[in-house]
Design a protein around this ligand. Sequence first.
Ligand code: PMP
Length: 350
Amino acid sequence: MSDLIRKSVQAMAGYVPGEQPKGEDIVKLNTNENPYLPSADVQDILSMIDVAVLSRYPDPVCIELRKAIAELHGCEVENVFVGNGSDEVLALCIRAFVERDGSVGFFDPSYSLYSVLADIEDVEKKPVVLGPAFQWQMPDDYASSLFFLTNPNAPTSMQFSKANVGAFVKDFKGVVLVDEAYADFAAENCMDLALQHDNVLVARTLSKAYSLAGIRLGYCVGNADLIGAMYKIKDSYNVNYLTQEVARVAILDQDTMKANVQAIVETRKITAEKLSELGFEVAESQSNFLWVKPLDFSAKGLFEELRKKNIVVRYFGNDELTKDYLRITIGTAPEMFKFLDVVEELMRDA
Ligand code: PMP
């Protein structure tokens, strides 16, 4: 059987997304989703869609949606690529910009999918280990043709300064994809670098700040030639009709997105303060999650105890760099108070 499968695929462990448990009493803080409702315009557009349109293929190049995104960022439609989640955007970057004998750089730790995507395409990986407190580390290998730079970084929640990112992209010869999945929760972002430098793409998603993980819509902005290359190789109809419509109205309603982001940022502050009081080391988050190190409890032990109480957070397993940490998505204030109560109780009983 195995000789039917590419050797590189046989060797892969595969990407393991966070679990998606269902159930009323589960507090789900493990996959960085948004606990609030998306724009009310989403419900309206879904009620108004005539199902007859669904018998036809959607616009393969998503013009109306790209117009809305271009307007938001002050660029042209030719500067915008939209994909089936930003995961598809990332995958297409490797296929468009990395030769078979080329390599992909990324920070370690950062988004674990990059390594999987490199394995799928069977290209070399060049991880750059971050500083001891997960801080910026200028990559010293400039030979890769693509660098995935997560900012704010995941799972560490912290933001690299625009000055550092700007200095790096100026010297790096290949394409830098700045993955800004969490930028809406951050104090600054690098979108203007995508419009100033020919080798920079900035990726965003509607899965986090817009409360629309279920529609699968991500995009990137950058030089029209790079965007054009991605359009050459994408699937014919990579973004379905319903997603195009829902994403367009959600992007037009910036007020709802910003109000939800503000609520999450406030809850993030309260949660971080309380965890620090309880003796956790808490990274300075610029995202919708916290990266924490419990000091009187093992991270794995706490993860397991929380799971028994129906609170699901993310533990990344035995990797040396991340084994002492948990990643905790910011939910609603009541969810976070419940989480904090249980943590306090577990600490008391420990
Ligand atoms: N980039 C980062 C850094 C992420 O954490 C995620 C979410 N897992 C993604 C991209 C993927 O987002 P999307 O839902 O748009 O595929």
